[in-house]
Structure formats: structure tokens, C-alpha cells
Design a protein around this ligand. Structure first.
Ligand code: F6P
Length: 494
């Protein structure tokens, strides 16, 4: 027990822990927000709420969210364990910021996804979207400033999440000098040569925005290092790098202010996840999946249908496995769960089509009357995903680039069969899981097929040893600690 007074911790992110919909009778129904940031932050903030006052500020994403936000525009709405305030951002402004800049420009930049002979092209349309992005960031900064002003025990801490809100730290600093500000990137950060695809003023504004924070956090040393490199190359900022120390990456002095840059890898709340996976709905899915795959070896992947997740090359690798190692035909099933994502963007719709097409081809080429080689499912079903993790023999996580990747950590924690992990070396998680995973170059389809074969033939003892190591690492990076470390670093900052 501690008698320390409760301090105010504000979190700001685009997607919040809850989103609303309307039931047939017009009443509100709530559902849990998706994605790695939301699950890590929800768990971390629930732990923080035991000794601090917390408030999560997010955008209203649906019409029902907007209705909720309008009912109580300035106030907070307690929902579950973390109080939430939703910002009613005009749909046009939201779309310009979220689709036009955050997801189709900044996401593509940090994950290095552009088809560069054709994209990006920055013209008048982009400038309209950029204005929306600035205005959207201003809305968040104003809400944070307003909430911070009401702190009973100043200074408040503001934890600003992700590339949607890169400008908010600077805007908040300009509004209130007393707030302790952290920014956290859940994505990779692009190296300077790629980052410079952005228009010069935008490249500068995004870095300057993050440097408005006292503390800038990243999931892996590589991403923090790339950020420091960009600060130096693009802004000419004064950069210091730490090569030792407990996760510290360095600091940047710019415009009379110093930002600490640090690495905070995010893992999983293992007891909570295991408890959830023992519930009836997960048990039922596990039994149904085992029945459908009839005791065959299972290769499992669980992703959003997201360009950076590299689903197409993953399916190609499975096809190559079946083509080059006929002994696996009829003996293995690939469960590929690829949940809908960002369907407002044409690239995502085309990618989803391509995933379907390859899945069809594989089943046509290799399927028999009593064996469906690939089960592709695009329906978002959380308990079924947990069930698939429990019964996987091999977990495939092969992103082109990824900030961390929580599936790579959740899978081994839940595994009932001591799964082997085939993991892209370009995922942030590779920095902590490398010793016990089979690392692959995500662009090398043949090497990925080889790794699947190695995983399928690995001895039971070796799988046990590796899976236990993976689970222990993931559990050691629990979200409660991840958030507490950031808060203490922020409060200790000069
Ligand atoms: O990785 C950054 C992130 O914000 C994660 O939380 C999540 O995996 C994803 O992006 C969510 O994207 P969206 O909110 O666009 O569905």
C-alpha cells in the first residue's frame, strides 16, 4: 500500500478501448477496440488506475460514438475500468487525417510500403488532407490541455500514442508548459533515406511534433535509432546516442528543449490472457477447429488484412512447402485468419482480393475430397483466434516490417502443443524473441517454406524448450510494467 497522492495520467490515441454501435432498438451497444496498441494500453492503464487517476481521450469512430460524444461533449464517460472521453471530430476532417495522412502516407512511410515508381505523389489533394491532419492534432492537443488544467495535483502526464498524433506533443507543449508529455510509436520508424520521401515541410513537422514531448518511446532499438537518425539528417538536431543502459536510446536537443528517446518493448499480460483462453467460448472454438482439421498438424497465422503483414508471401510459402515437400500433403492444414482492415483504402481492398485469389488457387491445386489444405477466414473473431493459438503446431508471423507484433508473443503463451514460431526478422518482436524463434527474411518465400518445414519437423523436446522461452520473454514484458516504466521515465525527466 502506498499513501502517495493520486496523479492524473492522460492517454490520447486515435482508436480507444471501446467503440459503440446501435442495436436494432436504437439502444447503444459497446464493443472492445481492436489492435495491439489498444490491448497493451488497456491492460497497462488498468494497472495504473490502481494508484493514479486516468483518462483516455480518443476519436469518436462510429456514428454511435459521435452520438455518445455529443451527449456529453466536455465530460468523461466511464466505461469498464478506464474512463474514456471521445472527441467528436467532423467526419471530413477525420477521414483526411486518418485515411489521407496517417494510414496512406505515414503508415506507408514507416513500413516502407510504397510502390515507389508510382507512389507517393504529393499534390493539392494531399495538402487538403494535411490540413485535416493538423486540425485533428489540434483537437486532441486542446482536449489534453483542458483536462490537464483540471488536474488536482499538477503536473499531469500526457501519453500520446502513435503516428496519428505526431503533431500533438508540440501543440500541447505550446498550450501548457507544465504538462509532462510522452509520445509512443507503435510502428517502426523509417530510415532517413526513405523518410525523405515525405515533402520536406511535412517531414520536418512530424519530427518537430514528436520532439515537443519530454519522452519519445519506441518498441525496438532499431526504430528508436532510425528516429534519432532522422532528427539528425532532416532537422540537423543535436543528437546523443546511448549504446549502453537499460533500454535508453539517446536524446535529442532541438529548439531549446531536450527529448529523451527510449525503448520499451511491449509484451503480454500472461495470467489474464491464459484465463480468457480457458473460457467456454474459446474451448468450443478449439474443439470445432480440431474437429475440422482432423488431427492434422496446424500452421496458424492471425493478422489484420494489412499490407505490412505479408500475407500473400506467407501463402506463397505454404504453396511452396506443399509443392516441394509432398510428404506434407494431407498431413497439414494452414489456418489463416486475416481480419478486415482499413477497407476505405483501395490498396487494402486490392490486397484482400489477392489474398482470396491465392487461397483459392492453393485449395484448387492441392485439395482432395477429404483434405482442405488452407482454411482462410476473414471474420474477426477474438475467441476463435485464441483457440487457434492454443492448438497451433506452428505459428507464422512474417511481416514486411512491424513495430512489435503481439501475436508472436500471445501464441507461445497460449500454446497447448508447444508451438514453433516462424518469425520475420523485420518484426520488432524479433529483437526479444530471436533466440527461440526460427527467424526468416520476409521477402524470401523459399526460406519461409524451409522454416515451416523445419518447424513442422522439430523434435518435441526442442519445441517445448523454445516455446517455454518465448512465453517467458513475452510474459516478462507485461503491459503494466511497460506503462509504469514510461511513466517513471517521464516523471524523472528533467
Ligand atoms: O501499430 C499501430 C496501430 O495503431 C496498432 O494499434 C494496431 O495494430 C493498428 O495500428 C490499428 O490500426 P487501425 O486503428 O487503423 O485499425
Amino acid at each position: 500500500m502506498t499513501d502517495d497522492p493520486r496523479r492524473l495520467v492522460l492517454v490520447a490515441s486515435n482508436r480507444g478501448p471501446v467503440s459503440f454501435g446501435f442495436a436494432a432498438d436504437g439502444s447503444l451497444i459497446s464493443r472492445r477496440g481492436g489492435g495491439g496498441m489498444v490491448s497493451g494500453m488497456t491492460s497497462g492503464l488498468t494497472a495504473a488506475a490502481r494508484h493514479d487517476d486516468v483518462l483516455w481521450i480518443c476519436a469518436a469512430l462510429s456514428d454511435a460514438d459521435r452520438a455518445v460524444a455529443r451527449q456529453d461533449p466536455g465530460g468523461t464517460r466511464p466505461d469498464g475500468e478506464v474512463p474514456v472521453r471521445m472527441l467528436d471530430i467532423p467526419p471530413r476532417m477525420f477521414s483526411g487525417a486518418y485515411n489521407g495522412v496517417a494510414n496512406s502516407v505515414l503508415w506507408f512511410t514507416h513500413h516502407m510500403l510504397f510502390d515507389t515508381p508510382n507512389q507517393p505523389r504529393f499534390g493539392p489533394r494531399f495538402r487538403q488532407h494535411w490540413d485535416s491532419y493538423v486540425a485533428y492534432n489540434e483537437r486532441f492537443a486542446a482536449a489534453l490541455a483542458e483536462e490537464a488544467a483540471a488536474a488536482v495535483l499538477p503536473p499531469a502526464s500526457a501519453l500520446i500514442q502513435d503516428y496519428h498524433l505526431a503533431l500533438a506533443p508540440r501543440l500541447l507543449r505550446e498550450a501548457r508548459l507544465d504538462v509532462r508529455i510522452a509520445h509512443f510509436s507503435h510502428t517502426p520508424w523509417a530510415p532517413p533515406a526513405y523518410y525523405r520521401l515525405l515533402p520536406d515541410d511535412v517531414a520536418g513537422a512530424v519530427l518537430d511534433g514528436v520532439l515537443g514531448a519530454d519522452h519519445a518511446g519506441f518498441l525496438a532499438r532499431r526504430w528508436a535509432g532510425a528516429f534519432l537518425d532522422c532528427c539528425e539528417a532532416v532537422l540537423g538536431a543535436d543528437v546523443e546516442r546511448d549504446c549502453t543502459g537499460d533500454g535508453a536510446a539517446g536524446r535529442v536537443a532541438y529548439r531549446g528543449h531536450t527529448t529523451e528517446v527510449a525503448v520499451h518493448p511491449l509484451g503480454v499480460d500472461a495470467p489474464a490472457l491464459r484465463a480468457r483462453a480457458r473460457e467456454y467460448d474459446v474451448e468450443a472454438h478449439a474443439a470445432a477447429l480440431a474437429e475440422a482439421t482432423r488431427g492434422r498438424k496446424l500452421i496458424v497465422r492471425i493478422d489484420r488484412t494489412e499490407l505490412s503483414k505479408n500475407i500473400v508471401r506467407g501463402l506463397d510459402a505454404y504453396r511452396e512447402l506443399l509443392a516441394t515437400r509432398p510428404q506434407w500433403r494431407g498431413q497439414v492444414t494452414h489456418l489463416a485468419f486475416a481480419y478486415p482492415s482499413r477497407s476505405e483504402l483501395a490498396e487494402y481492398r486490392a490486397y484482400t482480393e489477392r489474398v482470396h485469389e491465392i487461397a483459392r488457387e492453393i485449395n484448387e491445386e492441392f485439395g482432395t475430397d477429404d483434405w482442405e489444405p488452407l482454411i482462410l477466414d476473414l471474420k474477426d473473431d477474438y475467441p476463435r483466434s485464441l483457440a487457434a493459438c492454443r492448438i497451433a503446431d506452428v505459428l507464422l508471423v512474417n511481416p514486411i516490417r512491424d513495430g512489435m507484433n503481439l501475436v508472436a508473443e500471445e501464441g507461445p503463451i497460449l500454446s497447448g502443443r508447444a508451438c514453433a514460431l516462424v518469425l520475420s526478422r523485420e518484426a520488432g518482436a524479433a529483437a526479444v524473441l530471436a533466440d527461440n524463434a526460427l527467424l526468416v527474411n520476409p521477402f524470401d518465400v523459399s526460406a519461409t517454406a524451409d522454416a515451416m518445414h523445419e518447424a513442422l519437423t522439430m523434435s518435441a523436446a526442442e519445441r517445448q524448450r523454445r516455446c517455454a522461452g518465448l512465453a517467458a520473454t513475452a510474459a516478462s514484458l507485461a503491459p503494466g510494467r511497460w506503462l509504469a516504466d514510461q511513466l517513471s521515465a517521464l516523471r524523472a525527466a528533467p
